[in-house]
Design a protein around this ligand. Structure first.
Ligand code: ADP
Ligand code: MG
Length: 733
């Protein structure tokens, strides 16, 4: 506490002067050493670590194009302090792009997943505003756009981390949190915005005086995703409100090559930096990838067995719709695999989403997710990425598997492909795609089907039946919506077997299926069977697929588990037929009032419980019939009275519950509306929501070290928290 004092006594004036000097030096240094346009800094000889840095004795400057260490870059001391000690050596994309981005050039950067693209744009963003001496009164100087809220949150954290010694203010503007009004009051004082497209547009449209006419730098992370059709409306509207004279940075592992897309952004002679284009693989080198042919009706059993044999791994599982994610999560949870399960999808409340995201960062568990988690997220130490449903295209595949094997770590991935989807494997394996993936046959010999378990769960929990039906329908719809018809063919799916595998007693009717199928069926009544055979797949039931042992490697032990038996001891819902749950009759009357118990006489006729008691032979022997009747009447009266009281109590409870729910709903309507895209949830478009603010300038070094607790430009931590809370609880207009 005492140490910062001398610093304070120097006074802001002195600091400002030294800042001005530093900026002058940085400007001159950048100008002196900037690489030629079109040159690749990676080709420059790196200066030795011991070489002097900055202004040299002869009045010149040390070279920075080609350097390997952050401290050799012409960046401010505050940024260097923010990077240290976590970041010292640069990754390739950072080495290749920073000399260009720091010189103010537009850059299109492509580098594999997990290779450090975030810092490659966060550093130039901070430096640009620092060197422009940006202050609160200057308004928005930088906008970073992310396709999802979780990724925006992550970028914001990294921005705070690296910028913790700077006096810029930053805000996270994403959907899913409340009180856009409170946010509107703050947003005009923020210098750096990290946002999802929808929320940014909402501010552009609704926030009084919100303007970006002085914007210095625009960043699109996951640029190809931001520029694709899903965000077209938002992005066009946003760009139309931004000044053309600005620096623009686009980063992604799968970069857009569309000239049209780039024209939309009015880039000025952009540098195309693709650091791994010479690499033999498009995916991280330490990532081991396999594909397996898994019939549709065995997918869940395969997934279950996989999880059961990887109880100590952190596993990220991709499914194509929210309903599937929900169904697998809810049912697997009840079957208790022995590892914590979590789920993440676009229809969840934002607070919950954020909590799950953080939990999965920390704990070994299985996370079932839609593609909301496929882009950019840097979960530490994911061991396995399991794609239960086929990705829509190759970029989607690359991003999903890219959640593991990040930076220097290793990872493994497995892709389940239906026999009818094997074309996707051929596409992935094509030479130009550069994805080292091998196809393995699954050993289903010891794979225990869980469709029986699922069907008994459905009997026990009627709500799960509804969820299963919705899962069935949304999966088929997701296949129907897929663009790549070479891979995705609705009519090749064994839908009856699929329904049965979800535990459904009957195949739900799906209108678009019936329409599609009717023509075909007219010409070929046995189509499903034929198609399955044509594709080399086995009929789902008894038949076994044989593991090709010649292909087997050590890792396959886990994929083809030695003990695949499903643990069922403490599960009440187990001893069930493995196949044909269709034929199982569900005897549950879902309309039966809760708490009433029905008794049957020997002939199977229903008798009321008390009558059963009164009519019991034994009783008749011991007690006189009129006494029984009297007692029976008395009991009846008592029951009536108790019933009445219960009803009153119940009504009261219900009323309270409803009020509570209404309140909750009112608070959460905002994000639910936003996520209410009929069923395929993954696009995070149009996300209007909340913000938090950030780093501040002033003084105490101790205070500043605690970056998360930093004050914002004007408000204290307590106020920030209050604001965040308020934002969490507010409504979306
Ligand atoms: P990408 O955006 O390319 O997928 P990220 O920017 O998310 O990758 O970085 C992946 C991980 O690598 C992050 O955990 C990040 O902290 C780490 N990282 C990035 N750059 C460096 C570096 N120069 N040195 C050490 N770790 C780094
Ligand atoms: Mg990234």
């Amino acid at each position: 506490m005492r140490r910062p004092k001398p610093k304070k006594s120097i006074g802001p004036k002195h600091r400002r002067i030294s800042e001005a000097e530093e900026i002058e030096l940085l400007d001159a240094w950048i100008e002196a050493g900037k690489p030629d346009s079109g040159s690749n800094p990676l080709a420059f000889p790196p200066p030795p670590p011991s070489a002097p840095v900055g202004r040299l004795a002869d009045g010149g400057f040390s070279p920075y194009a080609g350097c390997k260490l952050f401290r050799q870059l012409p960046i401010s001391q505050k940024t260097k302090d923010g990077l240290r000690p976590k970041y010292t050596e640069m990754s390739e994309i950072q080495r290749a792009s920073l000399p260009h981005t720091l010189s103010g050039r537009d850059v299109l950067g492509a580098a594999k997943t997990g290779s450090g693209k975030t810092l490659a744009f966060i550093i130039p963003v901070i430096e640009r505003l620092y060197r422009a001496r940006w202050g609160p009164e200057d308004g928005v100087g930088c906008i970073i756009i992310s396709p999802t809220k979780e990724l925006a949150g992550q970028l914001f954290e990294e921005l705070k981390f690296v910028g913790k010694h700077h006096s810029l203010s930053a805000g996270l503007l994403i959907g899913g949190r409340k009180d856009v009004d409170a946010e509107k009051e703050r947003v005009n004082y923020l210098n750096l915005l990290v946002c999802t497209p929808g929320r940014l547009l909402q501010h552009m449209n609704e926030t009084p005086n919100f303007e970006c006419s002085d914007l210095q730098i625009l960043v699109l992370d996951e640029a190809d995703r931001i520029l694709d059709a899903g965000f077209k409306y938002e992005v066009d509207a946003i760009i139309s409100q931004l000044p053309k004279h600005r620096q623009t940075l686009l980063f992604s592992a799968t970069q857009t090559k569309s000239v049209k897309d780039l024209a939309r952004l009015s880039l000025k002679d952009p540098e195309y930096i693709s650091v791994h284009s010479e690499s033999l693989t498009a995916t991280p080198e330490r990532l081991k990838q396999i594909a397996m042919e898994v019939p549709l009706d065995q997918k869940l059993s395969m997934l279950w067995s996989f999880i059961k044999t990887h109880l100590h791994s952190k596993i990220l599982v991709f499914l194509s719709t929210c309903k599937q994610v929900k169904f697998v999560y809810e049912t697997f949870k009840k079957l208790r695999p022995g590892i914590p399960l979590k789920c993440l999808h676009g229809r969840m409340k934002q607070v919950v989403r954020m909590a799950i995201y953080s939990e999965f960062c920390e704990k070994t568990s299985v996370l079932f997710s839609t593609d909301v988690a496929s882009r950019g997220l840097d979960f530490p130490a994911v061991d396995w990425v399991v794609q239960v449903d086929c990705p829509e295209d190759i970029p989607a595949y690359i991003h999903r598997v890219g959640r593991t094997a990040r930076f220097a770590s290793e990872g493994k991935s497995v892709l389940f492909l239906l026999p009818s989807e094997l074309e996707m494997f051929r596409k992935l394996q094509a030479v130009e795609t550069k994805i080292p993936i091998q196809l393995r046959k699954a050993n289903t010999q010891r794979l225990q089907s869980i469709s029986g378990l699922l069907s008994s769960l459905l009997v026990k929990y009627p709500a799960l039946t509804e969820l299963a039906k919705a899962t069935f329908k949304t999966y088929l719809r997701s296949i129907k919506k897929q663009k790549d018809k070479e891979v995705f063919d609705l009519l090749k799916l064994p839908i009856d077997d699929f329904a049965a595998s979800l535990g459904l007693p009957m195949t739900p009717k799906v209108r678009f299926m019936q329409q599609k199928a009717s023509d075909k069926i007219a010409s070929d009544s046995d189509e499903a069977t034929d198609l399955r055979e044509a594709n080399g797949s086995r009929p789902a039931s008894g038949e076994k697929q044989i593991l090709d042992r010649s292909q087997e490697e050590e890792d396959d032990d886990v994929l083809f588990p030695k003990e695949t038996s499903v643990e069922v001891e403490d599960n009440p819902a187990v001893v069930l037929p493995l196949k044909n749950p269709k034929k199982k009759k569900m005897k549950i009357n879902v309309h039966r009032p809760i708490g009433t118990r029905i008794k049957y006489d020997d002939e199977g006729n229903v008798i009321p419980p008390l009558a059963a008691l009164a009519d019991s032979e034994n009783l008749n022997l011991l007690v006189k019939p009129d006494k029984v009747k009297e007692r029976y009447e008395k009991l009846k009266e008592e029951m009536k009275q108790r019933d009445k009281e219960d009803k009153v109590l119940n009504r009261q409870r219900l009323r309270e519950k409803r009020t509570k729910e209404k309140m909750k709903l009112k608070r959460w309507r905002e994000e639910d509306e936003e996520d209410d895209d009929p069923d395929l949830d993954e696009a995070e478009n149009g996300a209007p929501k909340k913000s938090k603010l950030y780093f501040d300038s002033d003084d105490s070094a101790d205070e500043k070290r605690e970056d998360v607790n930093l004050k914002t430009d004007a408000i204290s931590l307590a106020e920030q928290e209050a604001l965040a809370l308020k934002l969490l609880n507010s409504m979306h207009s």
